[in-house]
Design a protein around this ligand. Structure first.
Ligand code: COA
Length: 711
C-alpha cells in the first residue's frame, strides 16, 4: 500500500464522534459513507452507543475486532483529538482524517496541539489529512468521509482545496452539471498530507485527467513545480485558483494561514512557464475543470461560429479576437456548401448566421459543414431563444456533433427560462453547455494555450533546461561575497562584479580604472571614442557634480576631461589622484535591461524551503524603463527557448528584429546575456536582486554597462 492508498481505497473505516443526533457532523459523515455505498467495514465510534444507524459501534478504535483499521475519521471536539490519536496509534491505524477545527488556525495554543498530534502520527507511521477540513470524497471507492451535502459522480477530475467552503460551492455546481471527480479533497491545515504530495500522486494516476486546486498560499513554490514536472511524460492540465492578489487580500491570507503571500509576478510566471492554467473566478475555475475534463483540445486557433442571431455573432467575434484566437476563414467551397443548405438571407461567412427562424435541421447542416472543414479548429454554436427555435432538438443535434467531430464544439445557449431544457439535455449527457459567450471563449483560449504548451514543452525538453544542482553555489568568488556580507555591505563592489561577469560570460564594455593620464591615454588609444566617469564608489558619495564626459575622440580631449574630473573629485572628496574609469563609447542602437529578484531565502533551491527562486525580468531599458513597462519574465530554471519566446512578446522585440527596414540587432547576444544572468544567480543564490541597465545593443553585441548586484 502506498502512503495515500489507505486514504483513497480503505477496507476498514471508523468514524469517531458519530452521535445518535443525526444533525451532528460526525453523524452526517457516517451517513454520507452509507449513502455513498461504501462496501468495506464501517464502524461508528462512541462510548455511549453500541449501535448507531444500524451499524455495530465501539467505544474506542482499539476495540474494533478487525486486525487492521485503514482509515479513521476524527470528528470530536479539539480537546479529545489527542487521546483519539493515541488510541489510533495503539491500533496501528494507517491513515486519519481530522475534521475538527481549533488547531493552528486559532493561534499558539492550537498550533501546540496540532504539533503534538503530528508527533504521534510521525512516531507511529500514521498519515493525516487535515485538521480543520471538510474531509474528502473518492467516488470510485464509494467513499465520502466529508460533511459535504452530497457525493458527486465518478469522473476524471482530482480536486483539492484549502477552503472547505470552496469545496462545497464547487460540489453544488458539479452535481446538477453531472461533473465527475476522481478525488475531491479538502486539505484544511495540511499538517501532513499537502497539495504537493496529492498532485504528485495524481500526476501518476491514470484515473486522473485534470487537476483543479484552490490554494490560498503556495509557500513551497519550487516543490509545487517539481510535483507538476516530475512526471513530465504525463503532462496533465492543472487549473489553479489562487486568490490574494491585492495587498488587502494578502493581509487577509496571512492572518488566515500565517503565511506571507509571495510576489504576484513570480507566481504568475511560475504558473505560465509550467503550463498551469490560472482561473480568475469561481465560475471560471468550474468551467475550466469541466472543459478539460470533457472536451477535446483544439488543434489550432481558428474558431468557426454558428449563430441564429447577428448580435451575439459580433460579440463572439470580438471575444475571439481579444483572447488571441482567430476567426476561421471559410473558403469558397465551404461557402458554396453553406449556401446550398441555408436561406438566401443567411451569412455564409464566419460567423455563419443561420437566421432567427433556424430550426434544428439548419443548425445540423451548418455544423456538419464546419465540422468537416479542416480549416476550422473549433466551433462555437450560439443559440438564442426565438419563438420558433427548437431548443431541445437543437441540443440533440449538438450532442451528436460533439460526439462525432474531432474538434471542440462549444454550445452557448443565451437566456434562462426557455433555453434551460436544452441546456440541461446537453448537461445530462455529461457535456458542457455555456450561458455566456465569454465563458466559452475563455475555456477555448485556455485549451489552446495548454495544447500549445504541450507542443512547445516537447521542444523545451529537447532544448534542455539548465541543471540547477550542477551550478548551485559553485561560484569561484563565494568567499569574496561572504566577506562582503560579513562586513554588512549589501551592494557588491565593482571589482567583484567584474570577476562575476567574466565568470559567467556576460560581456561588459572595454574599460579600466586609470590613476594617471599616461595610463589613461595608453588604454584609450585603440578604442576611441571613449567616455570617462568617476568610479561608482565616488559617485555614491557625491551625485551633485559632473561625473561623466562623453564623446572623447583623441588624447587631447582625454587629457582635458581627465584633469578636470580629477580636480572635481579632489575638491568634493579630498582624494588625490583618484581612479577614473575610462570606457569605450559604444555606438549602440537600443537600450535593454535585465534584472532579477529572489523569491524566498538564500536556500530557496533546497528541498522543503519556501519560495519560487529567482525571477528574471527583461525588456526595454534606459531611463524610461519604468514608463514603458515593456517587461517579460522567466523563472529560474529557464531554457533558451523560454527566454526566446518571452523576448518575442516584448514590444522592443520588433525593433531589435529590424522593424521598418532597419538592420536587425544582436538578439542572440541578448538571450546569451539573460542565460548568463541565470547562471550567475545559481552560482550565487546570495543575490537578492540585481539590475543591469542599460544593456547596450549593437548589431553584433549586447554590452552590460551598468551592473548593480545586491546580496
Ligand atoms: N470518542 C468517541 N466519541 C466521542 C469522544 C471520543 N473520545 N468524545 C466525544 N465523543 C462523542 C460525543 O459524546 C458526541 O456524541 P453524543 O452526541 O452521542 O454525545 C459526539 O462524539 C460528538 O461530540 P460533540 O461534543 O457533540 O461535538 P460536536 O459534534 O458538536 O462537534 C466537531 C464536534 C468536531 C464537529 C467540532 O468540535 C468542530 O470542530 N467543528 C468545526 C468543524 C469544522 O468546521 N471543520 C472545518 C471545515 S472546513
Amino acid at each position: 500500500m502506498n502512503s495515500l492508498e489507505a486514504f483513497f481505497s480503505p477496507k476498514v473505516v471508523a468514524i469517531v464522534g458519530v452521535s445518535d443526533d443525526p444533525s451532528k457532523i460526525g453523524s452526517v459523515i457516517f451517513n454520507n459513507m452509507i449513502d455513498a455505498g461504501f462496501s468495506g467495514k464501517l464502524y461508528p465510534i462512541n462510548p455511549k452507543h453500541k449501535t448507531l444507524y444500524y451499524h455495530e459501534g465501539f467505544p474506542k478504535v482499539s476495540d474494533i475486532p478487525e486486525k487492521e483499521v485503514d482509515l479513521v475519521c476524527i470528528v470530536v471536539p479539539a480537546q479529545f483529538v489527542l487521546e483519539v490519536m493515541q488510541d489510533c496509534a495503539l491500533k496501528k491505524v494507517k491513515a486519519v482524517v481530522i475534521i475538527t477545527a481549533g488547531f493552528k488556525e486559532i493561534g499558539e495554543e492550537g498550533a501546540k496541539l496540532e504539533n503534538s498530534i503530528l508527533e504521534i502520527a510521525k512516531k507511529n507511521n500514521i498519515r493525516i489529512i487535515g485538521p480543520n477540513c471538510l474531509g474528502y470524497i473518492v467516488p470510485k471507492s464509494k467513499l465520502n468521509v466529508s460533511f459535504a451535502a452530497a457525493t458527486p459522480a465518478e469522473g476524471n477530475i482530482a480536486f483539492i482545496s484549502q477552503s472547505g467552503a470552496f469545496c462545497t460551492g464547487i460540489l453544488d455546481m458539479a452535481i446538477p452539471n453531472n461533473l465527475g471527480f476522481s478525488h475531491f479533497v479538502s486539505v484544511g491545515n495540511k499538517c501532513d498530507v499537502d497539495e504537493f504530495e496529492l498532485i504528485d500522486s495524481w500526476m501518476k494516476d491514470d484515473d486522473v485527467k485534470v487537476i483543479g486546486a484552490y490554494l490560498e498560499e503556495l509557500k513551497y513554490g519550487q516543490e509545487f513545480l517539481d510535483a507538476i514536472n516530475r512526471n513530465s511524460e504525463k503532462l496533465k492540465p492543472v487549473i489553479i485558483y489562487k486568490p490574494g492578489k491585492s495587498d488587502e487580500a494578502k493581509k487577509a491570507i496571512s492572518s488566515h494561514t500565517g503565511s506571507i503571500a509571495g510576489s504576484l509576478q513570480t507566481f504568475q510566471t511560475a504558473m505560465s512557464q509550467n503550463g498551469v492554467i490560472e482561473a480568475n473566478s469561481i465560475r471560471g475555475f468550474f468551467n475550466l475543470i469541466s472543459a478539460f475534463s470533457r472536451s477535446k483540445l483544439p488543434k489550432g486557433p481558428n474558431v468557426g461560429i454558428i449563430t441564429n442571431a447577428g448580435g451575439p455573432g459580433i460579440i463572439a467575434t470580438d471575444k475571439v479576437i481579444e483572447s488571441g484566437l482567430k476567426i476561421a476563414v471559410l473558403n469558397q467551397v465551404v461557402q458554396d456548401q453553406l449556401k446550398k443548405v441555408l436561406p438566401n438571407t443567411a451569412n455564409v461567412h464566419n460567423p455563419v448566421d443561420v437566421i432567427g427562424d433556424a430550426l434544428a435541421d439548419r443548425y445540423s447542416s451548418a455544423i456538419e459543414i464546419l465540422g468537416k472543414d479542416p480549416n476550422v479548429d473549433s466551433i462555437l454554436i450560439i443559440l438564442t431563444p426565438q419563438l420558433v427555435t427548437q431548443i431541445e432538438d437543437t441540443a440533440k443535434v449538438i450532442i451528436n456533433a460533439i460526439k462525432t467531430y474531432d474538434k471542440p464544439i462549444l454550445p452557448v445557449f443565451i437566456g434562462d427560462k426557455y433555453i434551460t431544457p436544452g441546456f440541461q439535455r446537453i448537461s445530462d449527457q455529461k457535456l458542457n453547455c455555456y450561458r455566456d459567450i465569454d465563458d466559452a471563449i475563455e475555456v477555448l483560449s485556455a485549451m489552446l494555450g495548454f495544447q500549445n504548451f504541450k507542443l512547445s514543452r516537447t521542444l523545451v525538453q529537447k532544448n534542455e533546461k539548465i541543471s540547477v544542482m550542477s551550478l548551485l553555489n559553485r561560484g569561484h568568488y563565494k568567499s569574496e561575497i561572504k566577506n562582503v556580507i560579513a562586513r554588512g555591505i549589501h551592494v557588491l563592489p565593482d571589482e567583484i562584479i567584474d570577476n562575476l561577469i567574466n565568470e559567467v560570460g556576460l560581456e561588459g564594455p572595454k574599460q579600466k580604472v586609470c590613476f594617471n593620464i599616461d595610463e589613461a591615454k595608453l588604454f584609450a588609444d585603440p578604442i576611441y571614442p571613449v567616455v570617462i566617469k568617476a568610479t561608482n564608489d565616488v559617485i555614491a558619495h557625491k551625485t551633485d557634480f559632473k561625473a561623466l564626459y562623453l564623446d572623447i575622440y583623441d588624447p587631447n580631449e582625454l587629457e582635458a576631461a581627465f584633469k578636470e574630473l580629477a580636480l572635481t573629485i579632489n575638491k568634493n572628496t579630498g582624494k588625490v589622484d583618484p581612479g577614473i574609469l575610462i570606457q569605450e563609447q559604444l555606438d549602440y542602437k537600443q537600450e535593454f535591461f535585465i534584472g532579477a529578484n529572489r523569491d524566498g531565502a538564500v536556500d530557496v533551491y533546497d528541498i522543503n524551503t519556501p519560495g519560487f527562486g529567482h525571477l528574471i525580468a527583461f525588456g526595454q531599458g534606459g531611463i524610461y524603463t519604468e514608463i514603458y513597462k515593456d517587461i517579460r519574465y522567466c523563472l529560474v530554471p529557464t531554457s533558451e527557448m523560454e527566454v526566446q519566446n518571452a523576448l518575442k512578446e516584448t514590444k522592443i522585440f520588433e525593433i531589435l528584429n529590424g522593424a521598418r527596414g532597419k538592420e536587425p540587432l544582436a538578439i542572440d547576444k541578448i538571450i546569451d546575456s539573460i542565460l548568463a544572468v541565470q547562471k550567475l544567480l545559481l552560482l550565487y543564490p546570495e543575490i537578492v536582486t540585481m539590475d543591469i541597465n542599460p544593456v547596450l545593443i549593437t548589431k553584433d553585441r549586447a554590452v552590460s554597462v551598468d551592473i548593480k548586484i545586491f546580496v
